[in-house]
Ligand binder design. Structure first.
Ligand SMILES: [Zn+2]
Length: 64
């Protein structure tokens, strides 16, 4: 039985989740209303850096 007293009276909080690249919590934005489930990075920069890291790690191998 674990009570969570600090999670009370917080009805109106918007959803949020951590950025998969920098780990910062990002809060829901209106422009993400339709794609919130698909949003993984807080910014284009994080998305680009994550993609670059992935590429340099060889995941999703490029066959040129
Ligand atoms: Zn980020």
């Amino acid at each position: 039985m674990t009570a969570r007293p600090d999670f009370r009276g917080n009805k109106q909080s918007l959803p949020s989740k951590p950025c998969q690249h920098c780990g910062r919590p990002m809060s829901w934005r209106k422009r993400w209303a339709r794609s919130w489930d698909e949003v993984r990075y807080c910014s284009d920069r994080c998305r680009a850096e994550a993609a670059a890291q992935r590429r340099s790690a060889g995941i999703g191998g490029t066959m040129s």
